[in-house]
Design a protein around this ligand. Structure first.
Ligand code: ATP
Ligand code: MG
Length: 434
């Protein structure tokens, strides 16, 4: 019998914190486990937009807290260290207002987030912390959460270890003081872990590598995470930290078809069996999402939603066909649709050109499933055949920052581009021309 079901129970477009929702990635989990348990070193998580980096970073945080459910689930129980290293953790997501190292350090020193901020771990009189678990199971993986600021509140300037007008030294003091001070009160941890997400958006990273290097020790570990095809893109002065990263370079690839399938198996469990996805439908979604879990989650969610609208919990080929029609007409994913409209800017021809580019098969994909650049030249004659005459006049909007951009230049090779967002590329392929 039909039952109205909340799509969010099984699918999510947010970063995944709960290990039970996290699928696949066994090889990466293993690398993360090793990197966490190495005495010293820097963890660097990188890969394309929307591929699942932040979710992996949150799982690293879970393991750092001592919650190894995710490793168990990935079948890695036998590789788990007997006494895994335990950390107090800090998690900070950077944004594009952070121009340089000083900005970042200032932000970290002033982050008052009660569960993830650095300031919560800095000793101060009267401050109250409690142990808490980041998972539903209350007893596994404890970190510290702030319940009350000290006598002087959260004004960082009043902390004892602040050095006036020297934010970097204050940061050093905060980082080096946090472990010992908390270890006096709580069950002992081995180290402090600072996770910096969206690291790629920091415009000028000069000096960051060497700051990280100088602070890294057996009691302080950093993990950085962001968009990038290689380590160099993520950490500009990566040479200074090369030795530290040896073990901790974690490249997040698009998911394999089986991993994407598992998103649906997991969702069915989370829905407690109330929702059924036809096997063929799942295969189709696997193809459409091209290994990007974000797209798979979105399609899953809108299928359940559509099922609610028409009164079924069975997502079979017929229902899914209707779901697809809706997506293809631009009615299902407002964010992607806005991106699409912004990029094409009322031009039918530009929309056609964009589709042709999105559909291009690059030769590189034969050797490396991951490089998906497009070559304008290859599309030119097809475009002309379709009556699109002024290709060069249509292109600028597609690469201009304020219209997305949909495409970015690929290195210095002329006429070669990458889709800035691979999920957007997948959407363009699916989208029907108006
Ligand atoms: N292991 C996973 N299992 C299931 N779903 C996942 C997994 N990893 C990521 N997702 C889903 O994919 C989407 C993107 O995940 P996430 O935000 O972690 O990616 P990201 O690489 O950090 O993206 P961005 O480049 O935008 O920061 C989310 O909807 C998330 O729920
Ligand atoms: Mg992210």
């Amino acid at each position: 019998m039909f039952e109205l079901v909340n799509p969010e129970i099984g699918f999510t477009s947010s970063v995944i914190r709960d290990p039970r929702r996290f699928v696949g990635r066994a090889d990466l989990i293993q690398s993360c486990m090793n990197a966490l348990n190495a005495n010293e070193g820097l963890i660097a998580v990188y890969g394309k937009r929307g591929v699942g980096k932040s979710s992996l970073l949150r799982q690293i945080q879970q393991m750092a807290n001592g919650n190894y459910d995710i490793a168990q689930k990935a079948g890695l129980a036998h590789l788990m260290p007997k006494q895994p290293r335990r950390y107090y953790t800090v998690y900070y997501a950077c944004d594009s207002n952070i121009a340089n190292t000083d900005d970042l350090v200032r932000r970290l020193c002033n982050d008052t987030d009660p569960e993830d901020g650095l300031l919560r771990l800095v000793p101060d009189q009267g401050k109250k912390l409690v142990e808490f678990s980041r998972s539903d199971e209350a007893s596994v993986g404890m970190d510290l959460k702030l319940v009350q600021w000290g006598a002087k509140g959260s004004d960082v300037q009043k902390y004892g270890s602040v050095v006036p007008n020297d934010v970097v030294q204050s940061f050093r003091n905060f980082v080096s003081g946090a472990l010992d001070a908390n270890n006096r009160v709580w069950t002992k941890r081995d180290a402090l872990l600072l996770l910096l997400d969206e690291f790629d958006v920091i415009r000028n990273k000069d000096g960051l590598g060497s700051l990280i290097k100088s602070l890294t020790s057996p009691t302080v570990k950093f993990g950085v995470c962001g968009i990038g095809q290689d380590l160099g893109a993520l950490i500009s002065d990566h040479k200074s930290v090369a030795r530290l990263i040896e073990q901790g370079a974690i490249y997040v690839k698009p998911m394999s078809p089986n991993e994407t399938r598992e998103i649906f198996a997991t969702a069915e469990v989370l829905f407690k069996g109330k929702i059924k996805f036809d096997r063929k439908v799942v295969d189709q979604i696997v193809d459409l999402s091209e290994g990007f879990p974000y797209f798979a989650q979105l399609i899953g969610k809108s299928s359940v939603q559509y099922g609610n609208e028409v009164g079924t919990n069975d997502i079979d080929a017929k229902i899914f066909g209707e779901v697809l029609d809706k997506i293809r007409s631009g009615k299902s994913f407002p964010n992607l649709e806005d991106q699409y409209q912004l990029a094409i800017g009322n031009s039918k021809e530009r929309a056609m050109l964009l589709v042709l580019l999105a559909e291009q098969q690059s030769e590189a994909t034969l050797y490396n499933e991951d490089i998906g650049n497009v070559v304008l030249q290859k599309t030119r004659s097809t475009a002309q055949g379709l009556g699109i005459e002024y290709v060069d006049q249509l292109m600028p909007r597609l690469v201009e920052e304020r219209y997305g951009p949909a495409l970015v230049k690929h290195g210095d090779r002329r006429g070669v581009y990458d889709f800035a967002d691979p999920v957007f590329r997948a959407y363009v392929r699916l989208r029907k021309l108006d």
